[in-house]
Write a protein that binds this ligand. Structure first.
Ligand code: FMN
Length: 357
């Protein structure tokens, strides 16, 4: 199957890097609507909206994901809109209904990213219990099961440890069951992905580490078909030196206090899993300037280099490249017009080579 392309909607302020470097990226609805329209025109398949309620990594303002997804559903025509949700803050019945509504508005173009949480401050702030690491995943799995039951059954009765439903109806049903995406690096995340998720999202990482993650999740999947997405921050310039210089500038101008604040939160969350291997557990200061480790994926260089790296990701089993940019205003368009066609050409060459063997 051909690779698919996604991008992070900048639905929080401050762009995708925790840096004072000038960024031509806005977080307003109007800007997000414009970016999504450009993205779908130039060949992106998905836009991912993050869920954030309190500022962290500098993101002072945050547009709520499902609400913005609903608005984007009305202003776009083709792109699939992935909206993130934190199970502890939403009842799955309410959320199933929201998603079904967006599915109707968008004619079947909505998906869900179930995030199990790392930001204790949001839960404390809203007065909701903060569960142990692996309990959060147990709750997420129930959440996903309830969504699917409601989307399928005439009425749903569910007696779980976290959620209870009694003869609950849900109409209208979505046009087709929305895909369930999920992030996380811990064992609990990998196990849950194997059991219930359609797509496993990974933070940026080296090819080697990503390969290991993919193998683990596949081993947990018992033959279920799972797709894999990886985050990568894209810097394409005329020369490799120029691209690397931009990275250097981003890091030099990092908002040190915000990066360190974020670091203490995520390191705490990453170590909270029983094996201490959660996402960000091994991220350096430089990695964290892009808050989903996007520099580590190596999509930084000339168009040719970036396209080659994307092909290397495909070879280890990545299906979806999740991108972020410094200047959304122009870089989404450039990526779609230069990198995607280059990748398509290289995919074709791969196919021909495989056919010739
Ligand atoms: C692509 C991607 C997107 C994510 N989006 C969000 C988000 O919008 N909000 C959030 O609180 N966490 C988000 N996360 C965090 C994860 O869902 C999860 O809580 C975190 O990775 C900790 O998992 P771990 O301890 O199992 O490694 C995202 C993770 C990935 C890989």
């Amino acid at each position: 199957m051909s690779l698919q392309f996604a991008y992070w909607a900048p639905n929080v302020s401050g762009g995708l890097v925790i840096s004072n470097i000038p960024q031509k990226t806005e977080w307003s609805f109007e800007a997000n609507s414009r970016y999504a329209q450009i993205a779908e025109q130039v060949g992106f398949d998905y836009v991912l909206l993050q869920t954030r309620f309190f500022a962290s990594y500098g993101a002072e303002n945050q547009l709520e994901a499902a609400t913005l997804a609903s608005a984007l559903a009305a202003t776009t025509k083709k792109i699939n809109i992935i909206t993130a949700v934190l199970p502890g803050l939403w009842h799955p019945g309410v959320f199933a209904k929201i998603i079904s509504t967006i599915d109707h508005i968008s004619s079947g173009r909505v998906s869900v990213n179930v995030v199990s949480g790392w930001f204790k401050g949001e839960f404390n702030g809203y007065g909701e219990p903060w569960l142990d690491h692996d309990e959060r995943y147990r709750r997420s799995e129930e959440f996903i099961n309830v969504l699917r039951e409601l989307w399928k059954n005439e009425t749903t009765t569910f007696k779980g440890d976290f959620y209870r439903l009694n003869d609950a109806p849900l109409k209208p049903k979505p046009l087709q069951p929305p895909k369930i995406f999920q992030g996380g690096n811990s064992n609990a995340a990998r196990e849950m992905a194997g059991r219930v998720s359609d797509v496993y999202f990974m933070n940026g990482n080296s090819i080697e580490n990503l390969k290991k993650q993919i193998e683990d999740v596949k081993a947990n999947a018992n033959g279920r078909n799972i797709q894999f997405g990886v985050n990568g921050f894209v810097i394409v310039r005329e020369t490799e030196e120029e691209a690397k210089q931009v990275l250097k500038e981003i890091v030099l101008q990092a908002d040190k206090e915000a990066v360190e604040g974020f670091e203490s939160q995520v390191k705490f969350a990453g170590k909270a899993s029983p094996q201490g291997e959660g996402m960000w557990a091994n991220s350096s200061f430089e990695n964290l300037v892009q808050y989903n480790d996007g520099f580590r994926t190596g999509l930084i260089g000339t168009a040719e280099q970036v396209a080659n790296q994307i092909i290397e990701l495909k070879k280890i089993g990545v299906d979806i490249i999740l991108t972020g940019f410094l200047h959304y205003e122009e870089e989404i368009k450039t990526f779609g017009e230069t990198i995607i066609p280059l990748v398509r050409q290289k995919e074709q060459e791969l196919k021909e080579k495989a056919g010739a063997l």
